[in-house]
Design a protein around this ligand. Structure first.
Ligand SMILES: C[S@@+](CC[C@H](N)C(=O)[O-])C[C@H]1O[C@@H](n2cnc3c(N)ncnc32)[C@H](O)[C@@H]1O
Length: 434
C-alpha cells in the first residue's frame, strides 16, 4: 500500500459488494480505480471482472467452507474471500503465494480485525485443497440458476456452449471507418504498429485483434480511423439497406456505436436522428460523432413518446436497438450475472414491444425497420416479433440473405461465439406501400 492507496483486494471486495447491491461495474469501477496505485489499476480491473465472472462457482465453494454465513455488516469480508479465492483458483500457482497474507491485511484495512482468523483459516484451507468438483450446473458454469434453467429450456442443444462462451474473455474488435480507410489499408497500419489482427468473417469493416490494446495505441484512433465495436453489433448496417437521401432514425442510440456505423456506411443520407432517454449516456454519442467527424441530430427523449420529440416527418429507415437483458454480452459484462433478475424479463419484453409499436407508426410506407437486441432469450427476440406481427399483420418480415446466425422463423439469432462475435438478435421488417 502506498501514498493513501488502499489494498487492492479491499477495494475489489467493495466493488463486488456494490455490484451485489445493484450497481454495474461500469458505474462503480471508475472511482475504485482511483483508490489504488497506477501500477495496480489493470490488476484491480482483472480482479473485479474475474470475481464477477466466477462469482457463482466461487460462492458455492466459499459457502461450503464457512460454518455459517457472515453477519450482514461483515458481508464485505465474504466478498474479500471471494476475490482471494478467485486468485487462488484462477491465477497460476506461483502468483498465489502471497494471496492469503494480503487478504488478511485487507481484512484489517477494512476495519474487521476480528475476522482475520476466519479469513486466514478459510483461505489456507482453500490453498491446501484442490478446487472442488462443482456440485451443480450453476456452480459448474458459474451463472445464476434461473439463467442456466432458462437457457437450457430455450436452447436445448446449445445451452452449455452459450454458458461456456459467456465465461471467456471477449476479443477486441474494431470497425474501420470506411470513409477513411479500407479494411486492408488499416490492417497494414496495424501490422506496421506491431498489432496482430484478422478480418472479421461476417462484418465487412471489422478487424479482430489477437490481443486487446489500449485505444491510444491504435493508429489514427483519435482522428477517427476506427472504433471499437463487436462484430455482431457491426452487422446492423448491412441489414438496414442504406441509400443516399434516406432519413434514418436510431431510436435507442447511446453510446452511439451504431449511429456512427450508419453514418460511416452511407455518406449522403438526408439526416440521421439519434435518440436516447438517458441524459448520462447521450453525451457519449456526441463524443463518438465528434471523434469520427460525423453529424447527427441528437435528442434526449423516451422514443416511445413520439409526441414529445417527433417532427411529423416519417423515417425511411429505423434502427431499434432496444434495452434488453444483455445476456448475449455477458462475457464483456460479467456483472450481468449478478445484476439481472428473472423477473426483469417480462417488463423488458413489454418495453420492447411498446417501442416497436411506436417506431412502426413513424416508419414510412415502403420503409424498413431493424429490431435488434444483445439478448439470447427468445422472449425478447423472435417472440417479440411474433407478438408484433400478430397485431400488425401487414408488416413484412424480410429474410436477409446472410450466412451468419440462425433463422428463428422471425429474425436471426447469433449465439455468443468464444472465438469471435457476441450474442445478438436481428429482425428486419418492412412496411408495405399503400
Ligand atoms: C442497447 S443500448 C443501445 C446501444 C447503441 N445502439 C449502440 O450501438 O451504441 C439501449 C439504449 O436504449 C436507451 N433507452 C432505453 N429505453 C429507451 C427509450 N424508451 N427511449 C429511448 N432510449 C431508450 C438506453 O438508455 C440505452 O442507451
Amino acid at each position: 500500500m502506498t501514498g493513501g492507496h488502499q489494498p487492492i483486494r479491499a477495494v475489489a471486495a467493495g466493488v463486488l459488494l456494490s455490484v451485489e447491491q445493484g450497481q454495474s461495474l461500469s458505474q462503480c469501477l471508475p472511482s475504485a480505480l482511483n483508490r489504488v496505485g497506477d501500477h495496480e489499476r489493470a490488476e484491480l480491473q482483472a480482479l473485479c471482472y474475474g470475481s464477477c465472472r466466477w462469482f457463482h462457482r466461487l460462492d458455492a465453494e466459499l459457502g461450503d467452507r464457512l460454518n455459517k454465513p457472515l453477519r450482514k455488516p461483515d458481508r464485505i469480508i465474504h466478498h474479500l474471500m471471494l476475490v482471494a479465492l478467485f486468485q487462488l483458483r484462477f491465477s497460476d500457482r506461483a502468483a498465489t503465494y502471497a494471496v492469503v497474507n494480503e487478504a488478511v491485511e485487507a481484512c484489517r484495512a477494512l476495519g474487521k480485525p476480528h475476522l482475520t482468523g476466519l479469513v486466514n483459516g478459510v483461505l489456507r484451507g482453500a490453498q491446501r485443497d484442490e478446487a472442488p468438483e462443482p456440485r451443480d450446473d450453476p456452480a459448474r458454469f458459474s451463472h445464476p440458476r434461473w439463467m442456466v434453467d432458462k437457457l437450457r429450456h430455450n436452447w436445448p442443444d446449445d445451452w452449455q456452449g452459450i454458458l461456456e462462451a459467456n465465461n471467456t474473455q471477449a476479443p477486441m474488435t474494431l470497425r474501420v471507418n470506411a470513409r477513411r480507410f479500407t479494411r486492408d489499408q488499416y490492417l497494414a497500419l496495424l501490422d506496421d504498429a506491431g498489432i496482430e489482427a484478422t478480418p472479421t468473417r461476417f462484418a465487412p469493416h471489422g478487424l479482430q485483434l489477437a490481443r486487446p490494446v489500449p485505444v491510444d495505441r491504435l493508429p489514427w484512433f483519435a482522428d477517427g480511423a476506427v472504433s471499437v465495436q463487436d462484430e455482431a453489433a457491426q452487422l446492423c448496417t448491412t441489414l438496414l439497406d442504406l441509400a443516399p437521401g434516406q432519413r434514418v432514425l436510431d431510436a435507442c442510440a447511446a453510446p452511439g456505436g451504431k449511429t456512427c456505423a450508419i453514418l460511416e456506411a452511407c455518406d449522403a443520407l438526408a439526416e440521421v436522428v439519434a435518440i436516447d432517454e438517458s441524459a448520462d449516456r447521450l453525451p457519449r454519442v456526441e463524443e463518438n460523432l465528434e471523434r469520427l467527424d460525423l453529424v447527427a441530430t441528437l435528442k434526449q427523449a423516451d422514443a416511445a413518446r413520439i409526441e414529445d420529440w417527433w417532427d411529423g416527418d416519417a423515417f425511411d429507415r429505423i434502427l431499434l436497438d432496444v434495452p434488453c437483458s444483455a445476456t448475449g454480452v455477458i462475457r464483456r459484462h460479467p456483472d450481468i450475472k449478478l445484476l439481472r433478475r428473472e423477473s426483469d424479463i417480462v417488463p423488458l419484453a413489454g418495453i420492447q414491444l411498446g417501442l416497436l409499436n411506436a417506431m412502426w407508426s413513424i416508419l414510412k410506407p415502403g420503409g424498413r425497420l431493424v429490431y435488434a437486441t444483445c439478448s439470447v432469450f427468445p422472449q425478447e427476440n423472435h417472440r417479440i416479433i411474433q407478438r408484433f406481427r400478430k397485431q400488425c399483420a401487414d408488416s413484412i418480415l424480410v429474410e436477409p440473405e446472410v450466412t451468419w446466425g440462425r433463422d428463428t422463423g422471425a429474425g436471426r439469432q447469433l449465439l455468443p461465439n468464444p472465438d469471435s462475435h457476441d450474442g445478438f438478435f436481428y429482425a428486419v421488417l418492412e412496411k408495405p406501400e399503400p
